[in-house]
Design a protein around this ligand. Structure first.
Ligand code: NAP
Length: 325
């Protein structure tokens, strides 16, 4: 829990009441969750705009965590899709609460039975980075055969984006640091740029879309990489929080830039999305990357590590000791 905004050590592990389920809700005993960049942003209230969603002075949401895997412990009277004992996984951004032993999820929420053969710790990191990656891909309207550059291909969003783009049939160039070149090729990237060797914005290839999955670039710097009509999208607001505005003004600005434009998706909750990722995992077309694992008692350490900005894929939290099985 965190009852004030601040650095990782505002988070404490406390006993709280087990939540009660309403008619159309499912009570999940959480076995594994993650600490991701969204949790960090809501805990620290950075960017400031976060406060408009979760409390101007102090957090309205005190238990964070937005992806989870666990077992259904109880269901409300109106629940028909799940029953006690089901192994489930899902996504609860907005409501949060997955950094706890028990979590209540609406049966119509982003919840599905777990992909066959996965452990809880493998299933938990399947929905957040991939959800943002899919939003970026959909916003850029990427199609089979198109050329796409992914900047920051080793993060949770970037590593999911590379895999989802390859599944779609795009030609993927990925940008990452020297230690992860083989890893990113293993995700399916056709070409990898080591950002310590080559400044990717000076690349000679031209792309239908540039996806910045770590928010370290800008439309201004990437424009020359885009073919006429190409799209720039980013997981972040941009250095001057300009991406939403540039996306809004795209119909006006597009003609000035040869039809090149910014799109900034507002990711929506889509319950079908979790079932889609389940199918991709079961058919071997998507495998979430996992970096470190921490037990719940060490969640402050997990936050510190995630905030280095150097994690590879996701950082998993074991909530029950059995989650490591
Ligand atoms: N739109 C939203 O609501 C939303 C939601 C979640 C996250 N985000 C944002 O999306 C971004 C990505 O989050 P994430 O969880 O996927 O991963 P992350 O923790 O931000 O990414 C870490 C990875 O980025 C790579 N990286 C760091 N600096 C880089 C650089 N200059 N160039 C290329 N790669 C670099 C690191 O690899 P190397 O060690 O190889 O550098 C590391 O593997 C964050 O900025 C986060 O704030 C936005």
């Amino acid at each position: 829990m965190h009852t004030r905004y601040g650095p990782p050590d505002v988070v404490r592990v406390l006993e709280v009441d087990k939540p009660a389920v309403k008619a159309n809700e499912v009570l999940v005993k959480v076995h594994a969750t993650t600490v991701n960049r969204t949790d960090c942003g809501f805990r620290a209230a950075k960017p400031f705009i976060v406060r408009f969603f979760t409390g101007l002075l102090r957090p309205g949401v005190t238990v964070l965590g937005n992806e989870f895997a666990g077992v259904v412990e109880a269901v409300g009277g109106g629940v028909t899709s799940f029953e006690p004992g089901d192994r489930v996984f899902g996504y609860c951004e907005g409501r949060f609460g997955a950094h706890a032993e028990y979590l209540v999820v609406p049966q119509a929420g982003s919840l599905a039975t777990m992909p066959a053969g996965l452990t809880y710790e493998q299933a938990a990191p399947s929905t957040e980075g991939s959800h943002y990656a899919l939003s970026l891909i959909r916003a850029a309207k990427i199609q089979r055969g198109q050329d796409v550059l992914v900047h920051g291909a080793t993060g949770a969003i970037g590593s999911a984006a590379v895999q989802l783009l390859k599944r779609l049939g795009a030609n993927v160039t990925a940008v990452c640091g020297p230690g992860n070149l083989e890893l990113v090729r293993g995700l399916g990237a056709d070409r990898v740029i080591d950002y310590t060797v080559e400044e990717f914005t000076k690349d000679e290839q031209r792309y239908d879309a540039v996806l910045d999955a770590v928010g370290k670039s800008s439309f201004g710097r990437c424009r020359r990489l885009l073919k006429p009509g190409g799209t720039y999208t980013s997981s972040d607001l941009g250095p001057l929080s300009q991406n939403p505005l540039l996306a809004l003004l795209a119909p006006l600005l597009g003609p000035l830039f040869g039809g090149r434009r910014v799109r900034f998706p507002l990711p929506r909750h889509d319950p079908e999305m979790v079932r889609y990722f389940k199918r991709l995992i079961e058919s071997g077309q998507f495998k979430p990357l996992i970096d470190r694992r921490y037990p719940l008692e060490e969640i402050v350490e997990a936050y510190r590590y995630v905030e280095t900005g150097q994690k590879i894929g996701s950082v998993v939290i074991g909530v029950q000791p059995s989650s490591w099985a």
